[in-house]
Design a protein around this ligand. Structure first.
Ligand code: F3S
Length: 294
């Protein structure tokens, strides 16, 4: 078995920064209740670890009256900041700077009178937060079919969810161009995302089986998995090393391994170690088999 590990697998800059903020806050604010506004990342193991250290997941600012609130890398709409300030709650803003840049663009063009279109998933926290910066008036399209159903529009500013698939973005733009009189296009797909997706595609092409590690509720992990499925018949999405035994990995496989932006290095290492152990066992079995049947 040969293992190819993606260099881009694991935490991106924005996720690492947000998670570091939480662990630092645990150290520095020992006597304070700490909340993250929504799970800090879409990774059950990290969320469980933080819960064991007393960090609570908060869904609504209105549910608390004191404590320290951490806004996650996905960002939030202006209403959240207003409610935090109105309640005099202390907060740390861990919004990824690349997401904050999208907020600024959306706010600027909304004020200039443009219809905002967000290419992405309507129910994703990042998109919900971004929509807040144009007073929740954005049109959200997640595929060419949704874009095709749009009427003729006058002035439009289109941005992308930072983890959108690059080819989907291009397809949506092709549909929008003839439908809009003046189209301002801002490709806000994060470089870390495009690099990770490109590398996943290349590795999947070279592999007979691909393992994508990450939370099943993580949007960017699922997109990596979809990309791999397009070029490799045996792509698997797993959350931890415990799931490896259920995969049909064979001793002569070339196994590509990648991971979502919210997958901790420790989990990736566990998967690779387990794969290497399986490989060793398989080699030993083959050698013993050969010895028995010379
Ligand atoms: Fe930020 Fe890009 Fe990660 S937008 S949160 S660095 S995927």
């Amino acid at each position: 078995m040969k293992i190819i590990r993606a260099e881009t697998a694991g935490f991106c800059f924005g996720v690492r920064r947000a998670v570091d903020y939480v662990y630092k806050s645990i150290e520095e604010h020992r006597n304070e209740r700490i909340y993250t506004l929504g799970p800090i990342i879409h990774n059950p193991q990290v969320v469980e670890d933080l819960a064991s250290k007393g960090v609570k997941v908060l869904n609504n600012v209105d549910d608390i009256d004191d404590g320290l609130v951490i806004i996650r890398s996905h960002g939030a709409g202006p209403d959240v900041y207003e409610r935090l300030k109105a309640k005099d709650l202390r907060f740390i803003d861990a919004t990824c700077p690349y997401v904050a840049r999208v907020h600024k663009k959306v706010e600027e063009y909304y004020r200039k009178g443009y219809q905002i279109i967000i290419a992405g998933e309507a129910d994703h926290p990042e998109v919900i937060g971004t929509n807040g910066w144009c007073n929740n008036t954005a049109i959200i399209v997640n595929d060419v079919d949704e874009a095709s159903r749009l009427p003729q529009l006058d002035k439009v500013c289109v941005v992308a969810q930072t983890t959108l698939n690059g080819s989907k973005w291009e397809d949506i733009l092709k549909i929008l161009l003839p439908k809009v009189n003046e189209l301002q296009i801002f490709n806000t797909i994060c470089y870390a995302t495009s690099q990770r997706q490109e590398e996943a595609l290349q590795i999947a092409k070279l592999s007979t089986a691909v393992i994508v590690i990450g939370g099943r509720n993580s949007s960017n992990t699922r997109k990596l998995y979809e990309i791999c499925c397009k070029v490799c018949d045996r792509a698997f999405l797993i959350e931890s090393a415990d799931e490896i035994d259920n995969l049909s990995i064979k001793p002569d496989d070339v196994v590509g391994i990648t991971a979502g932006a919210s997958t901790p290095d420790g989990i990736i290492e566990e998967v690779i170690t387990k794969m290497e152990e399986l490989n060793k066992d398989a080699q030993q079995n083959i050698e013993e088999h050969v010895d028995e049947h010379p």
